[in-house]
Ligand binder design. Structure first.
Ligand SMILES: [Fe+2]
Length: 325
């Protein structure tokens, strides 16, 4: 049985961080995503420019993950910095619940279901142990929950069978994009993730049959693949690269779309003026981009797409290819 969560797009990336205040400041004051909510009681922070309830989520390591009723949902919390999970948007709750039922019927046991007030979520690890969240929004006005600063804890355990799920899509249809005026970088939204995996063919089984992404391109030698959800995109929502010397398994970086090339150039100039170093500038036929390292060393890319050419990455050395996705 094919599980097929029917993913629309990457909604957000969630990173585990050593110091929440420091990381929220980085993603707001440097990366230019507005702070929308801080769950003080569990050490989680969220930033968004309006595309979804959050473009980036952060959790502070070493703290229990607590629910809104005080219940400890994950006793040990999270231990290591870096990607915590990728948040994949599903069209509606009924589609999400039907996919969860298929996942369970097919033998999936290692999962967690959470009610985040504005969304309902299913968390599961992939073959490399990376966690993925498949979620559907369950209310239109997420800003009534993320009110811009400290908020009570918003999560609880969720029983997908407790109530009939809604088939109405509630994802953000017409984003009112925000701009952090004083930040050097002004991204629109989080759009894609670039992963380094142990075995591309094995991972494709998860990303296609389980997640429901489509293969947009497969390198002839099988060394990398590009994937798309059902939402329109000029290029891709996820790229998988085979592990090579100098690359570690896991999320290589996640990417934030800029309005255009001028905004990328402006951001680089503004960062240079503040002596903030960029990493891995790319000026190729496919994109103009740079990366920043978050306070824990995790890579975040800011890019403007040129002509989509999935074959282009093959011209880079294997350990550099993820930067050229
Ligand atoms: Fe998430």
């Amino acid at each position: 049985m094919t599980v097929n969560f029917g993913v629309r797009r990457l909604g957000h990336a969630n990173v585990s961080v050593r110091n929440l205040d420091r990381s929220v400041a980085f993603f707001e004051k440097i990366c230019g995503f507005e702070e929308v909510g801080i769950e003080v009681g569990t050490g989680a922070g969220f930033v968004s420019n309006g595309n979804s309830h959050h473009d980036v989520g952060m959790v502070e390591i070493g703290r229990p993950f607590r629910g809104r009723d005080g219940e400890v949902i994950i006793e040990e919390g999270f231990q290591e910095t870096g990607l915590n999970h990728l948040g994949w948007e599903v069209d509606n709750e009924a589609a999400l619940v039907a996919a969860i039922e298929r996942a369970v019927a097919s033998g999936c046991q290692d999962y967690l279901t959470i009610d985040h007030t504005f969304s309902h979520s299913f968390y599961v690890p992939d073959p490399d142990g990376i966690f993925h969240e498949f979620y559907a929004d369950v209310m239109h006005d997420w800003r009534s929950v993320f009110t811009g600063g400290p908020i009570p804890n918003i999560s609880a355990r969720w029983d997908p069978e407790a109530e009939p799920p809604s088939a109405e899509p509630k994802w953000q249809r017409a984003p009112d994009y925000q701009r952090v005026a004083d930040a050097p970088v002004h991204p629109l939204r989080t759009t894609r993730a670039v992963m380094v995996v142990e075995d591309v063919a094995r991972s494709l089984g998860f990303y296609t049959e389980f997640a429901g992404l489509d293969v947009a391109y497969m390198a002839p030698d099988g060394a990398y693949a590009y994937l798309r959800g059902t939402a329109p995109t000029p290029d891709f929502h996820c790229a998988l690269f085979a592990r090579a010397e100098g690359l570690e398994n896991g999320c290589h970086h996640f990417s934030c779309e800029m309005a255009g090339e001028a905004q990328v150039a402006d951001a680089e100039a503004a960062l240079a003026a503040r002596n903030i170093p960029t990493v891995a500038t790319v000026d190729s036929a496919t994109k103009r981009s740079f990366c920043l390292r978050d306070p824990d060393g995790f890579l975040v890319e800011f890019y403007a797409t040129r002509d989509c050419d999935f074959a282009q990455a093959a011209s880079a050395p294997p350990e550099q290819r993820p930067f050229h996705a």
